[in-house]
Design a protein around this ligand. Structure first.
Ligand code: NAD
Length: 489
């Protein structure tokens, strides 16, 4: 393994406001941009989780007893700290994940937006009150659930944890975060900044680890709810195991996002959006364009996508993928598609970046003449690869999209409002767009896919997350001096 001059302190577990070193298994943290070892991360056992749950359980009564307005004060300050530390946080995200500095900065900005949303919760959590019978009043209140867990993937080490932390905590819960063991460092700074922002000890805890700790979270009797973001394979495992243990669970899985390109689409806008969507964060976004279905005569658009893709240079405006195994998997998909008859128009295989020969780079790749039965058309590749299928019939394009097991996002490219609506109404995805490569709903709108891209009810961010992080108490009161009597008395 290479060793560079960049070394970070070992990642630690964070329990009851203190960082604790590993006293069991651990593994190296690699900078995927050059293959160097930058830190280590503990692979904790169940006993560490027990400690974290105990700390969170102890912190819960006082934290949940505060008003929502009081709790959100922490996130005003946290938001300000994120702004003040933007450069350092972006450097850290880029270092551990391999994405470019610009992409890392966009991720931190998104974290700021998520914290802002939490600050707006007091105006959004509207409890209802109504006189339902003479002298009898019903009132709902959103009550925190208790100790909750959040399990995160590698591709957004900063943003995905912040999908859950501000809302879950502001709504009165105490949390155990399990970051991806591949990118544990950004979460360390999140813990430090939350403490600096005034969060009481024990409200937020980190337990690092791998599969063992995820299973322990799903089984732990002290944890009431589990949120998960990662691959569909693991989302299914977590959803089944957590709900079998009678926990509330929301598990977001992988994606295979289809872009449907009609022949009247604006070539410049479409090509720029599609190339950026396919290659942004090295294609390691659950919202990335992965499969494109061109309808009719679209050769000129495909040509322009190739030209745009060639402007994307590994090591400059394209980061690395996460690991050697990821690079190998992505290149295998390309090679197998080519062997099955697809045409590789832009080839990102065997890419190296001078000075970073140990890094895991795949260049932007555009493959034409893909057929819907090929693995590259159906499976999540999670790299900067666009698989292009062709048809002359928009309904056939919609059928191809509908046949996917996933359902995170889908976009249509056209100048016709009618056709855009026609496609949007028929695609089977939770987040749909027109003439946009990455149709991510910004706050206060919520984020979440359909089908095998999400298990559970509701979305993970925005207003929709309020229902996940709270339970409703319904109070009925009768304060009436005079004794009314009717059927509801
Ligand atoms: P992953 O499923 O491999 O890992 C996610 C988490 O699960 C990690 O914390 C990991 O430690 C843990 N884990 C891994 N294998 C496990 C197992 N067998 N049992 C229990 N826990 C296990 O995902 P990843 O590779 O880190 O992230 C990439 C995936 O996440 C892609 O599929 C991507 O589409 C998906 N993702 C989805 C969304 C979304 O919003 N739907 C957002 C981001 C990423």
């Amino acid at each position: 393994m290479n060793v560079t001059d960049i070394q970070c302190p070992p990642a630690k577990n964070y329990i009851a406001g203190s960082f604790q070193g590993a006293n069991g298994r651990s593994m190296e943290v690699i900078n995927p941009a050059d293959g160097s070892v930058i830190s280590t991360v503990p692979l904790s056992g169940k006993e560490v989780l027990d400690e974290a749950v105990e700390a969170a359980t102890k912190a819960f009564p006082a934290w949940s007893a505060l008003t929502l307005k009081e709790r959100t004060q922490v996130f005003y300050k946290f938001r300000q700290l994120l702004e003040e530390n933007m450069q350092e946080l972006s450097d850290l995200v880029s270092l551990e994940n391999g994405k470019t500095f610009g992409e890392a900065q966009a991720e931190v900005l998104k974290g700021i937006e998520l914290s802002e949303f939490a600050c707006s919760l007091p105006t959004l959590v509207n409890d209802e009150i109504q006189e339902v019978s003479k002298g009898v009043e019903c009132r709902t209140s959103h009550v925190p659930i208790g100790v909750v867990a959040s399990i995160a993937p590698f591709n957004f080490p900063f943003m995905v944890p912040l999908w859950t932390i501000p809302n879950a905590l502001a709504l009165g819960n105490c949390m155990i975060l399990k970051p991806s063991e591949l990118v544990p460092l950004s979460a360390q700074r999140i813990a430090e900044l939350l403490k600096e922002a005034g969060l009481p000890d024990g409200v937020f805890n980190i337990v690092n680890g791998d599969r063992d700790i995820v299973e322990a979270i799903c089984d732990h009797p002290g944890i009431e709810a589990v949120s998960f973001v990662g691959s569909t394979k693991v989302a299914k495992i977590v959803y089944k195991r957590a709900t079998a243990n009678l926990k509330r669970c929301l598990a977001l899985g992988g994606a295979k996002n289809h872009l449907i390109v009609l022949e009247d689409a604006n070539p410049e806008i479409s090509a720029a959006n599609i190339a950026a969507s396919m290659s942004g964060c090295a294609g390691q976004r659950c919202m990335a364009a992965s499969a494109m279905v061109g309808v009719g005569k679209i050769d000129h658009i495909v040509q322009q996508i190739c030209e745009e893709s060639k402007k994307i240079v590994p090591g400059k405006n394209l980061g690395s993928v996460i690991s050697a195994a990821a690079k190998e998997r992505i290149e295998r998909y390309i090679t197998e598609a080519e062997a099955a008859g697809a045409r590789v128009l832009v080839d990102g295989r065997n890419t190296t970046v001078p000075g970073k020969e140990g890094g895991y780079y795949v260049g932007p790749t555009v493959i034409d003449n893909v057929t819907p039965d090929m693995a590259i058309a159906k499976e999540e590749v999670f790299g900067p690869v666009l698989a292009i299928m062709r048809t002359d019939d928009v309904d056939e394009a919609i059928r191809i999209e509908n046949s996917s097991n996933y359902g995170n996002a889908s976009s249509v490219f056209t100048e016709s409002g009618g056709m855009a609506n026609y496609v949007m109404e028929r695609v089977s995805a939770g987040m749909v767009g027109v003439n946009i490569g990455v149709p991510v709903p910004r706050e206060p709108f919520s984020f979440g896919g359909w089908n095998e891209s999400r298990f559970g009810v509701g979305d993970i961010t925005g207003k929709s997350s309020i229902a996940f992080w709270t339970k409703l108490k319904k109070r009925t009161t009768k304060w009436e001096a005079k004794a009314w009597k009717d059927w509801a008395s």
